[in-house]
Design a protein. Structure first.
Lengths: 294, 250
């Protein structure tokens, strides 16, 4: 079971489905902490942790937290893009050190399309680097193009696409490599609410089809609650898990789940945990919710 | 052809027509300026007689050498300076004030170093072009989005692959600007050097015609150099537009 901040053990939200005990441990963070030099050049900023986290094979986990709590640092640490100041990360039993492990795919918040390549070539980029056979590349890229609804845009360039379409290209580029662990750093952050809901549906479809483990970093509570099996709620900086909420959703779900009563309850519960931390992040005292409601 | 290009061409053509009119009617004395049509005629006859062959060969080979050296050195130096932040802090103020240095005063020193041959002029052309390429390379590398470097790491690219597959294509719009400037500066450096200091080349031929009151030859050569600069720039501009078209929003 996943762990959280030292002083507070994670709790499952009432009524949530328990994770099957048979799920294999896929990635594990032990005592992860990250500090970096302050901008003024003296002292250290304690950005993250220490925290522990167990990610199970095939699960969809989302992480929410106040701005600046270290969500992206957490994702980059798992990916091997950032070295932790303390603690260890293991992926499939091997320690992650200095290099992104084979089998890990990352989708970034920013537009990470390669503007000089067409949509098709962007998606094929990783496969070509990995030395895949031309036939294999063609088959896998064509499938990803079609799966992500990019069929009529395969020959166009990223600059000619909307933000949502470009993010689909980046997801497809990750997807074709068939990663076993997909790390998503606020991939829909720049999109409008409707597009985000629909992209969420596509993400769930992708997750069911690939059976990959997904860790989604997001600032949107509704997105986290709608998509994930588990929602990790982080404290203000230095970020630690203050609660891990099990959503208990069935695997075959889509954005219509937001109409359910349980969705509202879960989102409210996550917000109740997050509100005080968000106020701390803004430098205000937690008023315990007083004055918030008419 | 776009409307803007058409208007630009029309302005140039109109200006030439006006000069033709003013010089033909005597409004501008032919001792001051000859009609553009005469410049073209004179230039054509010089081409046909082969009078320009040696000067062109000398100038163009010097410009080509200065350009190649400045691009190669400028790009490499840009990569090295970018990779070493301490060197960058040292180099930035020098690069910012680089073009305040009057390089032509070093011509005697360059002759002492290289001898009386083409290399002092190539060195001046190189000195003009190299800094533009260094600055453009630094600008390009500075502007490679950090997320693309992360993409390289996620795809487990080696350092060389990262440079050639991600960094250089991402920086290419700025590198192309560096190429254009390096060519223009090499052109200016070599021709101006020939004009002031040398005993050969197109620049020297213009200076010689000027000293000999040979207006026909002088204006024909000036017209040639001007047309060449415009054509080179236009060619590079078209190439750049073609390369960058795909990066622009529809």
């Amino acid at each position: 079971m996943a762990a959280s901040a030292e002083e507070e053990k994670p709790k499952a939200e009432g009524g949530a489905r328990a994770r099957p005990g048979s799920a294999a441990l896929h990635a594990q963070l032990k005592g992860i902490a990250k500090s970096y030099p302050a901008a003024e050049g003296h002292g250290l900023v304690h950005a993250l942790g220490p925290l522990d986290l167990d990610l199970y094979a095939g699960e969809f986990m989302a992480v929410v937290g106040p701005s600046g709590c270290g969500k992206t640092t957490l994702l980059e640490t798992i990916a091997g893009l950032t070295a932790p100041s303390a603690g260890t990360v293991a992926f499939e039993g091997r320690e992650v050190k200095g290099r992104v492990p084979e089998g890990v795919g990352v989708v970034f918040q920013e537009d990470a399309c390669l503007p000089w390549l067409s949509v098709w070539d962007n998606i094929a980029f990783g496969l070509r680097r990995a030395g895949a056979a031309a036939e294999d590349i063609r088959a896998r890229v064509d499938y990803a193009v079609s799966f992500m609804g990019l069929g009529s845009f395969a020959g166009t360039y990223p600059a000619q696409l909307s933000g949502g379409m470009r993010q689909r290209v980046c997801i497809a580029r990750t997807l074709v490599l068939e990663p076993r662990l997909i790390l998503l750093d606020e991939p829909f952050g720049a999109l409008d609410q409707q597009t985000r809901l629909l992209m969420g549906d596509e993400l769930l479809r992708l997750w069911r089809e690939t059976k990959a483990t997904i860790l989604l970093i997001t600032h949107a509570i509704d997105e986290a609650v709608m998509l994930a099996d588990r929602v990790g709620v982080m404290s203000a900086r230095p970020g630690r898990f203050i609660e891990l909420v099990e959503t208990g959703w069935p695997q075959a779900r889509d954005s219509r789940i937001v109409e359910e009563e349980a969705f509202g309850r879960l989102a409210a519960h996550v917000w109740s945990k997050l509100r005080g931390e968000s106020m701390k992040a803004l430098g205000r005292e937690d008023d315990g919710g007083a004055g918030g409601r008419p | 052809m776009s409307r803007a290009s058409f208007v630009r061409l029309a302005v140039v053509a109109g200006f030439l027509l006006l000069l033709e009119l003013l010089t033909r009617t005597g409004a501008i004395d032919n001792l001051v300026l000859i009609p553009p049509s005469e410049m073209v005629t004179q230039l054509w006859s010089m081409f046909r007689s082969g009078a320009l062959d040696a000067a062109m060969a000398e100038s163009f080979s010097n410009i080509a050498l200065a350009f190649l050296l400045s691009v190669t050195f400028g790009f490499t130096a840009g990569l090295v300076i970018h990779a070493l932040p301490r060197l960058r802090r040292l180099a930035d103020p020098l690069l910012a004030s680089y073009y305040a240095v009057p390089f032509f005063v070093f011509y005697p020193l360059l002759i002492a170093i290289f001898g009386l041959n083409r290399w002092p002029l190539v060195a001046i052309g190189f000195a003009f072009g190299a800094a533009a390429m260094v600055i453009a390379t630094l600008n390009g590398l500075d502007r490679v989005p950090r997320v693309l470097r992360k993409v390289a790491r996620v795809h487990r690219l080696g350092r060389g692959e990262e440079i050639f597959l991600i960094i250089l294509p991402a920086a290419s719009p700025h590198l192309f600007t560096g190429l254009k400037l390096a060519l223009a500066y090499s052109f200016i450096g070599v021709l101006a050097g020939e004009f002031i200091l040398s005993g050969g080349g197109l620049g020297y031929s213009i200076a010689y015609a000027y000293d000999a009151f040979d207006n026909q030859t002088m204006y024909a050569l000036m017209f040639f150099v001007l047309a060449l600069a415009v054509l080179l720039n236009a060619g590079l501009h078209l190439w750049e537009q073609r390369l960058l078209r795909r990066r622009r929003r529809a």
